[in-house]
Design a protein around this ligand. Sequence first.
Ligand code: CAA
Length: 257
Amino acid sequence: MPQTLSVLPPEQGVRLITLQRPEALNALNTQLLGELAAELDAAEACADTRAVVITGSLRAFAAGADIKEMAERDLVGILEDPRLAHWQRITRFSKPLIAAVNGFALGGGCELAMHADILIAGEDAQFGQPEINLAIMPGAGGTQRLLRAVGKSLAMQMVLTGEPISARRALEAGLVSEITQPELTVERAVAIARKIAEKAPLAVRLAKEALLKAEDTDLASGLRFERHAFTLLAGTEDRNEGIRAFQEKRKPAYKGR
Ligand code: CAA
């Protein structure tokens, strides 16, 4: 049983994971990241889980890497940091991951939110990369994902000044896709996840993969990948079912094949 998370079993295809280290504003220590990676592995293997929502509390999604733990690591400790493997497992998660973010999403917390495919924020959420205030810099993808999400100027400003941005600014910049009242953020994220969970799983999986390719490949390679993925889906039973259901004016019954 995880001690730093609460996990609800999948309901209508959606598993809800809540970070729970209130005493440290959900700071991402090794235990929490390990438990999160293990839960995502379990969600990956579970056919009833079609999408995952991850959230924190109203006060904090996550206030970053655990600074107390970080203080104990020297250069060698950081080179051998077991958290790197946990981050890699989170990155590999192939099903849709939606972050419902309230309060502080700082440092590793902002980076964790950016591992999600869709970000929904409460009106009072704050996104920031304050590592520079500790004479360090983002180390879990912050420089790369933030720049791709909000563009060079705002990413530079956030990383070099350490100053956070509001949910409204994050929406304008394209970091999040919607903002809601804080108490409705999880509900909205779950509603979006349920909508995705109704779709054909293989189509969702390949569409996610193709969209992520756009972040790390040139246009011609990305278009080639898209075409291959599109062609692959033509060989699935679900594709035939989707087209038949449309023609017969009924809901499709997808099998994930
Ligand atoms: N690590 C460990 N503990 C943390 C923490 C963190 N990142 N953030 C907050 N806490 C703890 C505080 O130490 C405090 O615990 P105690 O009561 O035992 O002292 C508790 O959470 C509540 O925090 P505050 O009293 O500071 O609450 P506040 O409302 O006054 O301030 C805050 C909130 C602005 C988020 C402030 O806590 C803060 O600045 N936190 C650090 C944010 C930060 O620098 N994050 C980046 C970390 S580095 C990183 O993430 C590297 C990476 O990319 C891999």
